[in-house]
Design a protein around this ligand. Sequence first.
Ligand SMILES: [Cu+2]
Length: 475
Amino acid sequence: MEDLFTPGNISRRVFVKGLGLVSFALFMSTCGGCEQIIEQIKNRPVRRRIRTGSAEVDADIETYRQAVEQMKALPAGNPRSWASQAAIHGTAGVGFNFCQHGTDHFFSWHRAYLVYLERICQELTGNKKFGLPYWNWNQDPDIHHAFLDPSSSLFSPRTRTSVSGHSSFSTSTLDTIFSDTNFFTFGNQIEGTPHNSGHTWIGGTFGGFGSANDPIFYAHHNMVDYCWAKWNLELENNTTNDAAWSSTSWNHFVDGAGNPVEVTAGATTLMPLLSYRFESSAIGNSPATAEPAEETFKKIEERVRKGADVKFDIKRRYLISERSSLQVGRPFSKETRLAPADVASIINSKKEEERIFASVQFAQLPPTSDFFVRVFLNMPTATGQTPIEDPHFAGTFAFFGTHVEGAHHEHQPRFLVNITDTLQRLRQRGDLNETTPVSVQLVPVPVSDKFERGDAELILSQIEIIVTPVIAKTR
Ligand SMILES: [Cu+2]
């Protein structure tokens, strides 16, 4: 298959001029002899929502099963082997390798990773129309049975086979995250909440550094990819066009034939329009949308190509806690008496103009990751038993990966929890006014009935309340 994003081939000349990407519309009207590529884009692979009762989805899952089986049969040293592909991401018990977590390239890096794995699957099975199916955990919380058969190449031992009832995948959680119009803060929350929770909750190989050895990994990340695509293409939010971001490139992927490729973050923004497309589905209260007609498609493509001048701007910040340590087995609470004017500026902030986050930054990954963390505001008595319906509850995040002494490539996880609504609620209830001290609670909750190590220590660099401007949508 013609790769539209790889240097040195015909389409590179057409689509990518330096970092500016020539539009599909312009291409259609000016490129003589390119009918084949136009057809290829129109007939690009469809990534369908995994579900039961669809013959097309059954066929996609079967192709995926065959591809994984073939990849597992290749010698480990072959760049297209299952082991080699998983090792691009990380190594079980050792650490992450090239994957981007806790950075602004979480979405873009994983998109490139998946598109090249999809090419390998297409090449090995001879099915050039194969689109990797995605696991929409919000609509279908159970892992599809095809991944649960121990005799199948799609099987891997897991602790759980459903995310049913977990708040990280609920409509209210995802609606809050999807209401975020800023590329950077949206991405941070998708990563820290449904993405990380998915890994740790399902557990097994999928919960650790070797997670990409579990075939469900690619269905889970494909949903993460669809979250970005839905937010960007269907809900008309814009990805950053910051030059440093767009020009970041990676060369550790291989194409369908196993040859090294180089890809930029900027090029990944166009992939769901040119290389594959998602079968639309609902996420929370954002419904499935119809496939855009050609005119609309051209407009979307033009908007995506332009991106927007989006940064992670912080208008005001208030320090709640500096370097401290907490024990996984115990709720942590930190109270700060801010100046009345500062509290006023937080609680009287206009929702249409400003979005307020609790920013929780850790010095390193935790020694264990068999828990998620609930964030409450002004509730020093919050425990693991406090219901999440409580008005003081703000949100949840989870860690992915654990601290390894001497590991290279370890990030300092920073989680953003949108507290805009919680603050409003507490103000309306009279729980918060200009003279009330502000407190933030972090309540670790084990994924099983108890913690692997309740005395494990978490090192917190900083808790802040940050105020960011709401990005207006440009169309
Ligand atoms: Cu992941």
